[in-house]
Design a protein around this ligand. Structure first.
Ligand code: PLP
Length: 289
């Protein structure tokens, strides 16, 4: 914790703790960091994951989504994982590992969670949620902080009334211990794998020149649209009845143009219709200059 009279919202506060995150990145983490008066440092999202060599030697907090970078969907390499834990140990830093959709992988081997790597016990806080694996309305999530932070985290959750409500948490616990969660995840993974495959195939057919990222895991993928104003694309798709999210809306300093496409509820016939709509919009908006 920090003391002193400086405005915690003032980014120039010399006592502010540094908070490292990838950009584009998860807006929820950025909002949290800004609310806490942390000094936010953005690092361009890299297909290999957050690079510890960029993070300096001062104790800091690094937030990352290694299983499926939000939003671009990259999977952090094992080398970068090991280096990030090693950096945190060496500098006395904290890594927040947000494993928000790691339950879903498609034909690729699992990679070790940062929290399971040697030396991670004292410096990695592992965070998970039921929002993707079960339902966002459940509002149950979990956090395994390093032992030294545990009491502080429990106190903060109690004071701010931000812990999960106990009734759904206990129900989910029962669901898990009865083995029902494993069956649910196996079934859900087949459904999502199918939806993902149809969307990927439809995009390859209708928009073959567009780069697609993040297809190996999770419940969304991205299409990169350099040269387009992605917010214009989002608005045009919305007029055609499709809700998407622009990559630039998830960017701060390192702006990328593209779309975040969630396919968890995309019915089979809709994948083709969506890809056709996207092709139409891209044709219409091409060469705006
Ligand atoms: C990167 C990331 N982390 C965490 C979450 C989950 O947040 P919550 O558990 O509050 O639904 C989300 C949800 O969309 C997310 O995209």
């Amino acid at each position: 914790g920090r003391t002193g009279g400086a405005d915690p919202a003032d980014p120039a506060d010399p006592d502010a703790i540094s908070f490292h995150m990838e950009d584009p990145g998860y807006r929820g983490a950025l909002l949290m960091a800004r609310n806490q008066g942390l000094d936010v440092h953005f690092h361009p999202a890299d297909p290999d994951g957050l690079d510890a060599a960029r993070l300096g030697d001062a104790p800091a907090i690094a937030f990352t989504t290694p299983a499926h970078q939000y939003p671009l969907g990259y999977r952090m390499s094992v080398e970068r994982r090991v280096a990030l834990v090693e950096w945190a140990r060496r500098t006395g830093s904290l890594v927040i590992e947000d494993d928000y959709d790691g339950e879903f992988r498609y034909g690729v081997a699992p990679l070790p969670a940062l929290a399971t790597l040697p030396g991670a016990e004292g410096c990695v806080a592992y965070v998970g949620t039921s929002s993707k694996s079960v339902a966002p309305d459940l509002r149950v999530a979990w956090c395994l902080p390093p032992a030294a932070l545990r009491r502080e985290v429990e106190k903060w959750l109690a004071v701010h009334r931000r812990g999960p409500s106990s009734l759904p948490a206990e129900a989910l616990g029962g669901f898990m211990s009865a083995g029902a969660m494993d069956r649910h995840l196996a079934r859900a993974a087949r459904v999502y794998s199918d939806r993902r495959a149809r969307l990927v195939a439809a995009l390859a057919r209708e928009c073959p020149t567009v780069d697609v990222t993040g297809v190996e895991a999770g419940l969304h993928l991205c299409v990169l649209l350099p040269g387009y104003d992605d917010d214009d694309v989002v608005r045009a798709l919305e007029r055609a009845g499709w809700r998407t999210r622009s990559l630039s809306s998830q960017s701060a300093r390192f702006r990328l143009s593209g779309l975040v496409l969630s396919y968890s509820r995309l019915a089979a016939r809709d994948a083709d219709a969506f890809a056709e709509a996207l092709r139409g919009v891209l044709d219409e908006l091409r060469d705006p200059g």
